[in-house]
Every structure is written in C-alpha cells, then in structure tokens.
Design a protein around this ligand. Structure first.
Ligand code: HT9
Ligand code: FE2
Length: 309
C-alpha cells in the first residue's frame, strides 16, 4: 500500500509568549487533570522568571524552517504547517487553514519521540478532536515514534561525548525524562523506550561510563505515584556515593523548552550547586540538521510502506 501526502504538519505542545498568556496557557494544559492549584502557581512562577515567554514556540518556528530547508534541498515539495495542543497556533486553526489550502492528506511529525499517553496517544486524540471541528478536514496520520532513529539519537550522542570530554574522571551520566503517573496508559512502553534510548546514547558517547535514567517535572497531587526517582533526589544519592560531577542528558525531550531551562538548568543545577557537584546539561536535538532530516525520512518511509503510528 502506498500513501501520498500533500503536507507535513509539525504538531507540538505550545507555550506562552508573554506574561498575560501564562495563566490561560496553564489552564489549557491542566483542564480536567486534577493538578493542585499550588503546583500551577509554582509553575507559573517558572514562566514569569523568563518574562512569561516559553522558548518552545520559537523552537517550533526554527524547526519548521529547518524542515522546510531540508525539504527544499531534497526536492521534497510539501508545504509544512505548524499547530499546537495548548497555545496558538492552535491545532484546529491550523487544520482549518490546511483545509482552505486544499490539503487532502497530511503526515504529522510530533515534537515528542516516544510511545505512551502524554508522548503519543494524546497527540493522536488532539488530531481527532481538531479534525472534528473542521468540516471536510484533511486526513492526518501521525508519523511513527522515532526514539530509535539516528536523527534523534546521534545529536544527543555527539553532545554527550563533547560534554564528557570536558568533564573530570568519575563523572556520571544522568538521563532525564518527563515523569508521568504510574497509572498512565502505556507507561511501561514509554519507560522501556527511554531505557533503550539512554543505553544507546551512553554506549555511543562513552561506553563504560556509569549512567541512570531518572525523571523530572513531576506534577499531580502528592498522593498519586509518578515515575521516580526525581533528578534532584538522584543527585543526592550520587553525592552520597561520592560522585562529584554529572553530565545531564534530557533524553525525553526534543528541544530546550521550559522543562529543560527551568527544571534542569535552574532547579537541578541549583541542587548540584548546594551539593558541591559539577553539573553540565547537554543540548537536545533542536534544529540539528539530522533531526530536521528525520521528518523527511519518516514521511518518505510512510509513503512507501503505509506505516503509521
Ligand atoms: C511526558 C510529558 C512530556 C514530554 C512529551 C512532550 O514533549 O510532549 C511533556 C512535555 C511538556 N510539558 C510542558 C509543560 C507542562 N506540562 C504540564 C503537566 C504535565 N506534563 C505531563 C507529561 C509530559 N509533558 C503530565 C503527565 C502532566 C500532568 C498533567 C497532564 O496529565 O497533562 C504542565 C502543567 C503544570 C505542571 O504541573 O507542571 C505544564 C506547564 C511542556 C511545555 C514547556 C514549555 O512551555 O516550554 C512540554 C514540552
Ligand atoms: Fe508536561
């Protein structure tokens, strides 16, 4: 079976772009999800610390431009659209625009590499909901998860190798991903894919270097169990074991958005500082040309195999 796509949709999370956006954005993210008010207020402060601007939207604009440049270079003649779950440009508005432009069948490249509810299934639900709002909406297939692909892993491996080259003997690698509730559907697969990705990057960057996969950015009520250990607790454990230097690899993310810039660069870095540990955080794939090219590879493969997520 072959599928012909006539557009690529970059599908992302969305983030506020000014102080007045912060609270409405957080309300969009947490609607009906039982996140305690105190947690919302605390996370609001993370955004206000950065002027109410999340880096994620500009990162999406930059990735879209990188994908367009890659398409052009490889004579791939597909328009690229961008829509978000939680902030403008809202997905439904993008789908409406695609429909008006005559798009019939699009492939969606999601800014998350893994299987699981938050990382994959929720984006599929977003697509269905947005399409339901638009009469005669184009078909939109989510492209397969890409956590095993070189276009995603090689930029991490290179950045990790470089960071380790400047770090002292005895440095540990700390891979981080967004925590999710233990009860979340498909949590086991999410964890298994993260473990595999971390092992691959550790092995490519520095075989034999001690590493662990830990979690960050937990929310939800304290009574609800989420994936652990938290990165800050892990730093304490390492410190107790005599480790004095870590290189942190945010393997669960594709760009240096707020969960990276605050939860790692501010919070975890401060924790390491208190403990007297050296803390280096490596960059995510972002607009690495190999990552931009991955969108084209996945579209091309989907067109020839008909494989979908
Ligand atoms: C697995 C996962 C990813 C990785 C996959 C992916 O990248 O999509 C991710 C990414 C992101 N999460 C982000 C922001 C937030 N996530 C929240 C809340 C939650 N995240 C969850 C999971 C994940 N989240 C979950 C289970 C919740 C609880 C509520 C719910 O069940 O949905 C909240 C509410 C406040 C709080 O409690 O933290 C905020 C503000 C941003 C934007 C950053 C920016 O602005 O730059 C990004 C990229
Ligand atoms: Fe999140």
């Amino acid at each position: 079976m072959t599928t012909q796509y006539d557009a690529l949709l970059l599908l992302s999370f969305g983030g506020p772009e000014g102080p007045d956006d912060v609270i409405p954005f957080l309300e969009n993210v947490t609607r009906g999800r039982g996140i305690p008010r105190e947690r919302l207020e605390a996370v609001g402060e993370h955004y206000f610390l950065f002027g109410g601007v999340s880096p994620i939207n500009q990162q999406c604009r930059d990735l879209k431009a990188a994908i367009e440049a890659d398409f052009k270079e490889h004579s791939m003649d597909l328009p690229v659209y961008w829509g978000n779950r939680n902030w403008t440009p809202y997905l439904a508005d993008t789908v409406r625009q695609m429909k008006e432009d005559g798009v019939r069948r699009a492939a969606a490249f999601v800014t998350s590499a893994y299987s699981g509810y938050s990382t994959s299934d929720q984006y599929v639900e977003d697509l269905a909901r947005a399409r339901a709002e638009v009469p005669d909406a184009p078909e939109i297939d989510k492209l397969p998860v890409y956590c095993r692909r070189a276009g995603f892993l090689a930029p991490f491996a290179d950045a990790t190798r470089t960071a380790l080259a400047g770090a002292p003997q005895g440095t540990h690698l700390v891979f981080t991903a967004h925590s999710v509730p233990l009860a979340q559907p498909r949590r086991e697969l999410y964890v298994a894919e993260l473990e595999e990705a971390a092992a691959t990057v550790a092995d490519e960057a520095a075989p034999g270097t001690p590493w662990a996969l830990v979690y960050q950015s937990r929310s939800g009520p304290p009574s609800q169990p989420w994936l652990e250990p938290d990165v800050c607790d892990h730093l304490e454990t390492l410190h107790g074991a005599g480790v004095r230097s870590v290189v942190t690899v945010p393997i669960g993310f594709v760009s240096d958005h707020m969960e990276v810039k605050y939860d790692l660069d501010v919070e975890a870095a401060a924790k390491a500082g208190e403990l007297g540990m050296q803390f280096v955080r490596v960059t995510t794939p972002g607009t690495d040309p190999r990552f931009a090219a991955l969108a084209r590879e996945l579209v091309t493969e989907a067109q020839t195999s008909g494989e979908r997520a």
